[in-house]
Design a protein around this ligand. Structure first.
Ligand code: GLU
Length: 431
């Protein structure tokens, strides 16, 4: 991603899209900086008896619409700026789909793949111990993100409850089912993106059989969207993970790729160390080459900042669905729009995850469990409505879908901020 500061880029995009949408400067000022960020150093005893300290963050970006919400990432490349950008995007995302939440994000600078299971548990609990005062079911509700999972959420819930001496199932989402998780949460990010693609196929008349798709990233979201797309008749011609990519013009059987990764993981520990590259029957390409493939739909589903000034000219796919958070830098938005690309932005395309997190939180608070069908049909309702609103606004204004999504979100946040009164109100100009 070269030298770009991802938070500076995210704020610049917010200011540009906010100004284009005519959002009041007071509202943009409220969103230019996070409300609070807690920075901690997590002491963790390693299995060899030594103690190590891991830098950790929790950024509560904005709470105008409700308690803050967003995942926790465990990754060696986590930075404060990245966590702040991700928390800003959560703020926009929750507002795009109309959830009663603000945005937040957390992160730990760690390579979880080299930790033992016991070390991972100690790290997860240490994170919650450090952050327990700023987290809570009515305050800030974490969830999984890159390299964190349901088991980690379960440990964190338990630690929070031990600290506060209460039962608080709604303190964190994405939990194991028996610890208060929701059916359908695991697949939710992928399913939400799939629903967006189906809606797009309807309005753009796409024929699944003639639609070749490349997916960068084969984690939870990448796998589920691939699985659902293949089931609906699309051809998945390229897939990658952090080790590299594979390409096959005939398309892959997504489930056997997934089984291979799962099997390798079982041999190697909590995290998958195997690579999709180990399936040798197909052409091996690099992650960069995957992004530049001549396909109908490109789905970046890994990390932020993979499309920027260095490769934007070589991106061929006419449709890009951002399943990752922030895969395209704001500085190349205009260029892609001028070239006629249709981009379903992250704040809409991957909002299925937080939407089902919201369903989980609602179920926890009500003490009631929904069926899988109920979760799926409510998710479909939310995603179709949000996609429709964004699509119609984009069409009406001849604007990019990202601009339309930010407009929908910023208007909702602005209404909440205005309800407390603005300069016009206090000066007596308006009611
Ligand atoms: N980490 C996910 C995201 O980026 C999910 C957040 C949540 O469920 O709170 O949207």
């Amino acid at each position: 991603m070269a030298e770009t500061n991802v938070f500076v880029d995210a704020v610049a995009r917010l200011e540009r899209l906010g100004a284009e949408a005519g959002i009041a400067p007071e509202v943009i000022a409220a969103l230019r900086d996070p409300r609070e960020t807690l920075i901690a150093s997590l002491p963790v005893r390693l299995d060899d008896g030594s103690r190590r300290y891991f830098p950790a963050f929790r950024c509560r970006y904005n709470n105008a619409l409700g308690p803050t919400k967003g995942g926790i990432r465990f990754h060696p490349n986590v930075t404060l700026e990245e966590v702040q950008a991700l928390a800003l995007w959560m703020t926009i995302k929750c507002a795009v789909v109309g959830l009663p939440y603000g945005g937040a994000k957390g992160g730990v600078i760690v390579d979880p793949k080299v930790l033992s299971r016991l070390e991972l548990e100690r790290l997860s609990r240490a994170y919650m111990r450090a952050m327990a005062n700023v987290i809570g079911p009515d305050l800030d509700i974490p969830a999984p993100d890159v390299y964190t999972n349901a088991r980690i959420m379960g440990w964190m819930r338990d630690e929070y409850e031990a600290i506060h001496r209460i039962k608080a199932p709604g303190v964190i989402t994405g939990k194991p089912i028996r610890l208060g998780g929701s059916l359908g949460r695991e697949e939710a990010t992928g399913r939400g993106a799939f629903l967006c693609i189906q809606e797009l196929a309807r309005v753009r008349d796409l024929d699944p059989a003639k639609t070749r798709i490349a997916i960068q990233g084969f984690g939870n979201a990448g796998y589920h969207v691939a699985h659902l797309l293949q089931e609906a008749g699309y051809r998945i011609v390229a897939v990658s993970d952090s080790q590299g990519a594979i390409y096959s013009e005939d398309g892959f059987d997504v489930d056997s790729l997934h089984q291979h990764k799962e099997a390798t993981r079982k041999l190697q520990g909590v995290y998958c160390e195997g690579s999709v590259c180990q399936l040798v029957d197909h052409e091996r390409i690099s992650n960069d080459e995957l992004l530049e493939l001549d396909v109908e739909i490109l789905i970046p589903a890994a990390l932020e900042g993979v499309i920027g000034p260095w490769n934007v000219d070589r991106i061929q796919a006419p449709i890009i669905v951002e399943v990752a958070n922030g895969p395209i830098l704001g500085e190349v938005d205009a260029q892609l729009f001028e070239r006629g690309k249709v981009i379903v932005p992250d704040v809409l395309a991957n909002a299925g995850g937080v939407t089902v997190s919201y369903f989980e939180w609602v179920q926890n608070r009500a003490g009631y469990a929904w069926t899988l069908d109920e979760v799926r049909s409510r998710l479909a309702e939310v995603m179709k409505r949000a996609f429709g609103e964004v699509w119609e606004l984009g069409a009406a204004e001849k604007a990019a879908l990202r601009g339309a999504a930010y407009t929908v979100a910023l208007r909702r946040i602005a209404e909440a901020i205005h309800a407390h009164g603005t300069r016009e109100y206090f000066q007596g100009d308006t009611d």
